[in-house]
Design a protein around this ligand. Sequence first.
Ligand code: ZN
Length: 167
Amino acid sequence: MKKSTPVRRTLSHKFIEFIPEQLQEGVLYVSTTYATAAHLCFCGCGREVVTPLSPTDWKLTFNGETISLSPSIGNWSFPCRSHYWIEDNCVHWCGEMPQKAIDAGRVRDRLLKATYFGDRRLPNGAQPVQLAAVPAQSEASNSRDVFENGDRDGWFARRTAWFRAQI
Ligand SMILES: [Zn+2]
């Protein structure tokens, strides 16, 4: 293996209103008030991973004891490029995805958001109608990208800034 085996296999969760300034390793913080979850990357690199909950982002399931997040979390913008999904408070590690699949997923993600939010700022002159041409069941569609702050689109940056300002 080219990377050391990830240590984090299980996690705990905390329902809170505001995401704390200092996150603890192995804890998934969930704010239903702000429809956002956050955790430190489960590879142990210490980077903060923010996963907004929305019809075009992540979906959180709470069964009364444990939580699951879907689709998977692809930290492609981080040096670790870790990729995992969370099911019943367990971290399931996935392999790296080919760059082509990551790029396709990003395009699809932007198109989805553009369609959902009526945003006209489409990537590379893409038209909303092209969304239908992006295969829904591709590998990429099963994973979602986590962007660092600088990469986020305006909508997300605004929302995160507002969310943080509440702390
Ligand atoms: Zn990491």
